[in-house]
Design a protein around this ligand. Structure first.
Ligand SMILES: Cc1ncc(C[n+]2csc(CCOP(=O)(O)OP(=O)(O)O)c2C)c(N)n1
Ligand SMILES: [Mg+2]
Length: 254
């Protein structure tokens, strides 16, 4: 099915907003204007954008330590996000949480999370709530390739499957967990193969192709919404910058 022009323009605008936000965040960090640490989403914009383009404001997502893109794609306010990075009281957490604690329940963004793998069970809870509410809402769990080696990953997929929850697990395989290549940590070419062990569909998609992500997630989200149970989407992608940035790292440069 063709993607409507209006949607293409909307997704391009979202991806560009994420890119500009991240570029500015890196610049402000390097200049010493932002305290703390930031994990840039540059390179992975198509994943959050393509998936969230299929969600309504009532659907809920759970993010990771690399969460700015998910926030923006789900409709969070970029001014409050940037204020949070600056440590200002106008920020999402009154400036006390920083990059990895941004949440906005009013748009269904249940939060970034500094603990790798900790978002998956929260998303399962959101999916259970959606099932109990019975109004056709879905939950989406975003997580990295590194998170797939955590126990929470397996527990979350198992529970979602036996309870037939309306959830889509979106694995952003950017080929690394910090400096560890995915092929060192995972004995499979495609993480999506693990979906079979939990009796749910597992699809691999080019995570750098916005239309491919949009179409694959439209199908996955549509099925979850219709009551078919959980779905696993592995988006092959790549982060362009280092794992994390902070003033402390900048100071270490020669
Ligand atoms: C439970 C836990 N273990 C280790 C860390 C340190 N840590 C932070 S990010 C990260 C790598 C995560 O890799 P991945 O899930 O692939 O996400 P990516 O950074 O590539 O987006 C690690 C090991 C952590 N925050 N939490
Ligand atoms: Mg990774």
């Amino acid at each position: 099915m063709a993607v409507e022009k209006e949607n293409i323009i909307r997704m391009y605008t979202t991806m560009l907003t994420i890119r500009r936000f991240e570029e500015r965040a890196s610049l402000e960090l390097e200049s010493g204007n932002i305290p703390g640490i930031v994990h840039s989403y540059i390179g992975q914009e198509a994943v959050a954008t393509g998936v969230c383009a299929n969600l309504t404001v009532d659907d809920r997502i759970v993010s990771t330590h690399r969460g700015h893109g998910h926030c923006i794609a789900k409709g969070a306010d970029i001014k409050r996000m940037m204020a949070e990075l600056y440590g200002r009281k106008t920020g999402y957490c009154k400036g006390k949480g920083g990059s990895m604690h941004i949440a906005d329940f009013s748009v269904g963004m249940l939060g970034a999370n500094g603990i790798v793998g900790a978002g998956l069970p929260i998303a399962v809870g959101a999916a259970m709530a959606a099932q109990l509410e019975g109004r056709g809402k879905v939950a989406v769990s975003f997580f990295g390739d590194g998170a797939c080696q955590e126990g929470t990953f397996h527990e979350a997929l198992n529970l979602a499957s036996i309870w037939k929850l309306p959830i889509v697990f979106v694995c952003e395989n950017n080929l690394y967990g910090v400096n560890t290549p995915a092929h060192y940590a995972i004995p499979l070419k495609d993480i999506a193969e693990r979906a079979k062990a939990y009796a749910m569909p597992g699809i691999v998609v080019d995570g750098n192709d916005i239309l491919a992500v949009y179409e694959a997630s439209r199908d996955a989200i549509g099925k979850a919404r219709a009551g078919d149970g959980p779905y696993f989407l592995e988006c092959k992608t790549y982060r362009w910058r280092g794992h994390a940035e902070s003033r402390a790292f900048a100071d270490l440069r020669p």
